[in-house]
Structures are given as structure tokens and as C-alpha cells.
Design a protein around this ligand. Structure first.
Ligand code: SF4
Length: 334
């Protein structure tokens, strides 16, 4: 069974033309799909067409398996995806609008040591339609104005589907390209390819250390791409898109929080138009410990004093297993 949510309007037109239907039916079908309406309730499509569609296709919707709401308003969803498997997505409430963090794969093969999503490796990549189904399942009230591809999975390891999803968000769901961010652990060929897509999305790089040997200890991908290669690719991305790069730096006690780390980071980022998000590690993992309470702010402050743009990212949803992959892992490993 193929999921209709993965198709563009043009592809829907072709599909319906093959079924002997008029082109306007594609627009009607697309407008139902955007709202998450099941075949049975697509009342302006003929019964015959709905039957034909049902034969080889599903709508592609996700089902909410579990929902948790944090005291800070963050909502975490565990979704059963149409092609099988569970993924998480998180809705964060900010003063400038709601931001939805979506998953791009079931599991992840990048193996970052402090990440729950990658603990059991990659199960499979999501289709563009399955990513859309996360957005549709959660955006029932239509308030989502920003989307980040930052949930489980490495988006650039599922490149074509991630890009199709971004284009669908923009064209079908009216999310501006500048309101979409993609986070990567540093897949250099993917960054360079993305720079040529003509999409003005924000690129976020999970760096966590500017020292290659340290990075290799927590991120196996660092063996394939050096910090220099990643930041050079990020610079090309900035030059082609005009979008400031976001550097994500998970702060880990006694690992990447020293003065040498600050100095190396400052030097590595020299000449790159970027902002650094300092993210305190949210819980002990793989022998790595969270920083002390005020340490993240002190670290960001030192970066600012060194001439960098840096802030501490507010931690949301910590009472509901808010970090990537934690809720799913808890379900699988009670
Ligand atoms: S942090 Fe991201 S890239 Fe690394 S294992 Fe987790 S989901 Fe994959």
C-alpha cells in the first residue's frame, strides 16, 4: 500500500488521471489529506473514486499512541506511523508561535552516545508522507508556525524524503522556508547538496566539540568528517542561502566544558556567521554527566566574551521525557 501523503499535487493529478478522473479532484483530495480526513469523510469525492483509491493506497495518517503534557506546556507525542513503527514528535510553545519537532527515521544509525533515539540503531527511514503525518496529527488546531527536523533520525541520512517533506510543508501547509530548521550531526555531502536546493531553511549542526578526538568519543560520525570539513560545508551553506548557521553544543560535565574547549570552538568558528546554542546534557548517559546548574550560562557567557553569539537553550518538557527518543525508549524498555 502506498501512502497518498507522500505525493505532490502533480503526482496526485497523474494518479487520478490514470484512474480516469478530472484534475480538479486532485486538489479536492489534497485539501482533505492536509486536514487528516479519512477516505470515508471525503464527501466531495465520488464513492467510486474513494473505493479505487482504497485498493492500493492509504491516506498515510499517523495515530496518536500516547500524549504527555508538561507543566511548561510542551506536548510530547508517541505516534504509530502508517508504514509501521513508533516515532516521537514534540510540540513546544513559544511566544512567537508553536514549534513542532519531527522525527525523520524510526531509530537512527549515527550512534551518538548520549542519544536515546540511536540506542537500538536504525529501523527504517520515514517517507515524506509519514513525516507529514506527524505534522497533521499534532497540528489539529493549526497553530504550528515553525518546524524543526530534529527528532529521532538523521535527516541527511534520509535526504530525498526529508527534502520532499520540507517542500510539502512549504507548499501544502504554508510553513515559510525561514520557519523550518534541519539539524544534522555533520553529514558533509548532505550539507553541500542541501545548499543547492534553493531552500532558505536554517541549518543546525550538532557539534558538541570543536576537537576532533573528543567528538569521536561521543559521535561515531566524527570519524568520517572532521570539524574543519563540517564547518567549511556550513560556510558554503551560509554563502549560498544567506541563513545564519546554528551550532548546537551539548554541554557535558568535565568533558567539553573547559577553557581549551572554548578556545578551540572560538577559533574553529572564526569567520562563520553562526549562533551557538549551549544545551546542558539533560541526564547522565553512557558515563557522561550533566553540567552543574549554572555552568551552561557561565559557558555561554565566556563564548560571548570571546566575541561569539551564544545563548543557553531553554530546556522544555523535562518532566515528560522531553528529550529525543526518551519516551519511545521507555515504552520499549519499561
Ligand atoms: S543525536 Fe541525532 S544523529 Fe545522533 S543518534 Fe540521536 S537522532 Fe541520531
Amino acid at each position: 500500500m502506498k501512502d497518498l501523503l507522500s505525493l505532490t499535487e502533480e503526482q496526485l493529478k497523474n494518479l487520478l488521471a490514470d484512474m480516469g478522473e478530472k484534475p480538479y479532484a486532485a486538489r479536492q483530495l489534497m485539501s482533505w489529506l492536509k486536514k487528516g480526513v479519512p477516505f470515508d469523510d471525503m464527501t466531495n469525492l465520488s464513492k467510486g473514486l474513494r473505493e479505487k483509491l482504497r485498493r492500493d493506497h492509504t491516506e498515510g495518517y499517523a495515530k496518536i499512541n500516547e500524549k504527555r503534557v508538561s507543566t511548561d506546556g510542551t506536548e510530547k507525542y508517541l505516534l504509530a506511523i502508517s508504514g509501521g513503527g513508533l516515532v516521537e514528535c514534540v510540540l513546544m510553545r513559544y511566544h512567537h508561535g508553536d514549534t513542532l519537532c519531527v522525527s525523520t527515521q524510526v531509530g537512527c544509525r549515527m550512534g551518538c552516545v548520549f542519544c536515546a533515539s540511536g540506542k537500538h540503531g536504525l529501523v527504517r527511514s520515514l517517507s515524506a508522507g509519514e513525516m507529514r503525518s506527524e505534522f497533521i496529527a499534532v497540528n489539529k488546531d493549526g497553530n504550528v508556525s515553525n518546524v524543526v527536523l530534529m527528532g529521532s533520525g538523521e535527516p541527511l541520512d534520509n535526504y530525498d524524503n526529508a527534502v520532499s517533506f520540507i517542500r510539502a510543508l512549504n507548499v501544502q501547509h504554508d510553513i515559510g522556508m525561514r520557519h523550518i530548521s534541519l539539524s544534522t550531526c555533520g553529514i558533509v555531502p548532505g550539507i553541500l547538496k542541501l545548499a543547492d536546493e534553493g531552500m532558505q531553511i536554517t541549518l543546525c549542526i550538532s557539534l558538541h566539540s570543536a576537537i576532533d578526538e573528543k567528538r569521536k568519543k561521543v559521535m561515531p560520525v566524527a570519524a568520517a568528517y572532521s570539524v574543519r570539513q563540517i564547518l567549511d560545508a556550513a560556510n558554503i551553506y551560509f554563502k549560498k542561502t544567506g541563513r545564519r548557521i546554528i551550532i548546537e553544543y551539548t554541554l557535558i560535565k568535565d568533558f567539553n566544558d573547559g577553557s581549551e574547549d572554548i578556545l578551540t570552538l572560538k577559533d574553529a568558528l572564526h569567520g562563520l556567521n553562526c549562533h551557538i546554542n549551549v544545551i546542558p546534557l539533560n541526564r547522565a548517559s553512557g558515563g557522561y554527566m550533566p553540567p552543574a546548574a549554572k555552568q551552561a550560562h557561565a559557558f555561554a557567557e565566556k563564548l560571548v566574551q570571546a566575541g561569539k553569539s551564544a545563548t543557553v537553550r531553554r530546556s522544555l518538557g523535562s518532566d515528560i521525557e522531553g528529550a529525543c527518543g526518551q519516551l519511545k525508549l521507555k515504552r520499549e524498555e519499561p
